[in-house]
Design a protein around this ligand. Structure first.
Ligand code: ZN
Ligand code: ZN
Length: 350
């Protein structure tokens, strides 16, 4: 699949400008060590635009995570990316935030839209305002939501911190079905987020920085495909990133259990080639294709239902019916099958 360039990024990061522990420099160094191409920092209700730029070959972009701190209970965290100006004063009305970001040419993602509570981390921050329209997509997998899900007590929380690979098995099933439900209505782009804070957790005498930035930058990432390579000019490369996110030319990657670089999901038809996120017409007789970096279980879903489920490295699937086709790859690691790739759909239109 030539003509596309892949870049690996980590989205949803907090620094000392809100409740994170790292400076921009520290966060960028961690991302550089983890081998990322770009990061998008999203502090709470603040856009630290002057920090945007290249550091050591790493593209550092600045957005924000908007929420209304006055709202009780807390809910409706919105990732606002690709904006010039802070929109957090509009937080009491999420629709106004979405509209303002769209006016600035940015993109919005509902952060951790469903979370499971656990005894160690009982507080959750779900999305509750389902009247909203015009948002770009959802954060399909928030890594810290996974921690919240498994951390039933300090002991398990600590074990999680030492062998994190043994815990998460994928995005929450309820978030996956939420995505399928939303896709019936409209295009909804999925991204992965780390929600990195670099915080130190204490359990009695044990003090441990359980989720350092560098670790999280090797866990749940978002890979994008762009039509031209990064030039090194911030404005140009930022546009490529946000265009890819807007169009769903991206997949959610659990890179901790194996690098997902070179994964591809695309369609060929009489009209040419389309990739994840794109529309194709059923009348052009499309065939869907996928290739994975190593042998794994490839699952294709049409409107949420499984239509292909095979172990292999490639998939070829001639399409007979219109629908929303999205691809999952599951990989065995640490004794269990784990969600490895969640690709944005190819939309086959009647
Ligand atoms: Zn949040
Ligand atoms: Zn956050």
């Amino acid at each position: 699949m030539s003509g596309w360039y892949e870049y690996v990024g980590n989205i949803h990061i907090h620094t000392i400008h809100s409740d994170g522990s790292g400076t921009y420099q520290e966060v960028a160094e961690a991302a550089h060590k983890a081998g990322l191409d770009f990061i998008i920092v999203t502090d709470h209700n603040v856009v630290v635009k002057e920090e945007e730029g290249y550091r050591d070959g790493l593209l550092v972009l600045v957005g924000e995570e908007v929420h209304d701190p006055e709202r009780k209970p807390e809910a409706n965290h919105l990732l606002c990316l690709g904006i010039r100006d802070d929109v957090s004063h509009l937080a009491p009305t999420p629709q106004k935030v979405i509209d303002a970001v769209n006016e600035q040419g940015g993109v919005t993602f509902l952060a951790h839209p469903i979370e499971r509570s656990s005894p160690l981390v009982p507080k959750t921050f779900p999305w509750t305002d389902w009247t909203v329209r015009g948002f770009t997509g959802i954060e399909l997998w928030n890594y810290m939501s996974s921690f919240r899900e498994f951390a039933v007590n300090y002991a398990v929380g600590l074990v999680f911190s030492f062998i994190p690979q043994a815990f998460p098995e994928g995005p929450l099933p309820e978030v996956l079905s939420l995505w399928d439900d939303l896709l019936v209505e409209d295009k909804v782009v999925a991204i992965g987020g780390s929600d990195a804070h670099g915080k130190t957790y204490r359990a009695g005498p044990i003090r441990r920085r359980i989720f350092p930035y560098e670790f999280l930058f090797r866990a749940v990432n978002t890979h994008i495909l762009v039509p031209e390579p990064f030039s090194g000019e911030v404005g140009h490369d930022a546009r490529l990133v946000y265009d890819a996110l807007r169009q769903g030319h991206a997949w959610v990657a659990y890179d901790l259990v194996g690098d997902t670089r070179h994964f591809r999901f695309w369609a060929t038809s009489r009209a040419g080639r389309a990739i994840m996120g794109d529309d194709v017409a059923l009348s052009d007789a499309p065939t869907l294709h996928a290739i994975t970096p190593e042998r794994a279980r490839i699952v294709l879903r049409k409107d949420g239902e499984v239509v292909y489920d095979e172990v292999g490295r490639t998939m070829t699937f001639p399409v007979q019916e219109a629908g929303v086709y999205r691809l999952e790859v599951w990989k065995r690691a640490w004794g269990k099958e784990r969600g490895w790739v969640f690709a944005n759909p190819v939309y086959v239109r009647a």
